[in-house]
Design a protein around this ligand. Structure first.
Ligand code: TYM
Length: 337
């Protein structure tokens, strides 16, 4: 590793093009990508190879990729400063993933809770890709020697696995090639929960549309979803401690504080002892102010697919320039060259 390379701090994160983007994706991840552009060389990836670990309609996948690119740009990621790219256009991701499959251990992957959640009782019938998915994620990160990875809390275990793979690779080949990437997890929005069940993560796969707010939802839809959000019959409690048994209330206050970038405590103090209707009314306005301009911009951008595809193509060329060198170094180190 050259001296110059040693001091490079690089951010990489990825978002799957599956089923639209929700408030959890935005507050837990995408919103936090934006300020990182000022501090680090940044790469943001539309991870279509991850998406196909479960069935995707081929005609819809291309549109969904553009939607993620549009969400990145509409949220404030600048394609001239950061690299916005498409995973499958940089074939080095899968090439490195194979090598890392030979470094990662079965026991490590068997512990991945997201696989257990996603496979459920259907373990024998899910794709092999779904099982080895965290190795491809490690490859996404290691291919750019990324040092920092902004993600929501649900990805923390995958990041720990990436660190284990990087460490084992360095140890096995007695060469300090890969940095151990640090997760960047925002404290105030690490895990945004479902609006219908405060103990479940807000997710694309929930069967109820009322469980999540999409970035492209209209103002009316946002109003309706917050109005119907599950809450308690009694007013909000007087102490923060009592929120431990009120996950839905805690979630609404979390969303409020994350949208405004204000401390949870100060939002709580404003609503302690008040009725939920008051909180919901104000929260609706806060979400609309934050999300609607992004949703509008996304819709505008999605009207110009050629522009979005160009952004992804250009970004993929830039990403490939970095990826080729790292893969070459891996080939030399492993004796594959
Ligand atoms: P994905 O596409 O499921 O989600 C994208 C990002 O959104 C975060 N997120 C949430 N944050 C808070 N609350 C929620 N309810 C919530 N739901 C989703 C996720 O943590 C993620 O940061 N495996 C990854 C994609 C990936 C990746 C990578 C990430 C592939 N390669 C390399 C980082 C680096 C995933 O499925 O994210």
């Amino acid at each position: 590793m050259s001296n110059e390379e040693k001091i490079i701090k690089r951010v990489l994160s990825g978002v799957q093009p599956t089923g639209g983007l929700h408030l959890g994706n935005y507050l837990g991840a995408i919103k936090n990508f934006v300020p990182l552009q000022d501090k680090y060389q940044s790469l943001f990836c539309v991870v279509d190879l991850h998406a196909i670990t479960v069935w995707q309609e081929p005609e819809e996948l291309a549109a969904k990729k553009c939607e993620v690119a549009a969400a990145f740009i509409a949220s404030g990621i600048d394609p001239n400063r950061s690299i916005i790219f498409n995973q499958s256009q940089v074939s080095e991701h899968t090439q490195l993933a194979w090598i890392l499959n030979c470094v990662a251990r079965m026991g490590w992957l068997n512990r991945m809770t997201q696989f257990k959640d996603k496979a459920g009782k259907n373990k024998e019938n899910v794709s092999v890709g779904l099982f080895s998915y965290p190795v491809l994620m490690a490859s996404d990160i290691m291919l750019y020697k990324a040092t920092h990875v902004p993600v929501g809390e649900d990805q923390k275990q995958h990041l720990e696995l990436t660190r284990d793979i990087a460490q084992k690779f360095n140890n096995d080949f007695k060469k300090d090639i890969f940095p151990l990437p640090e997760p960047i997890i925002m404290e105030n929005a690490a895990r945004i929960m479902s609006l219908r069940d405060g103990t479940k993560k807000m997710s694309k796969s929930d069967t109820s549309d009322y469980s999540r707010i999409m970035l492209t939802d209209s103002k009316d839809e946002i109003c309706k979803k917050i109005r119907k959000a599950k809450t308690n019959a009694m007013p909000l409690p007087k102490t923060i401690k009592e929120l431990d048994t009120m996950p839905e209330a805690k979630n609404l206050l979390t969303i409020y504080s994350a949208c405004l970038d204000e401390k949870f405590e100060s939002i709580f103090n404003k609503y302690q002892g008040k009725n939920f209707s008051e909180l919901k009314e104000d929260l609706t306005e806060v979400i609309i102010n934050k999300i609607s301009p992004i949703g509008e911009e996304m819709k505008k951008l999605m009207g110009d697919k050629v522009y979005l595809q160009k952004i992804l193509e250009n970004g993929s060329l830039k990403a490939k320039k970095i990826a080729i060198n790292v893969l070459q170094e891996v080939h030399e180190t492993t004796g594959l060259n």
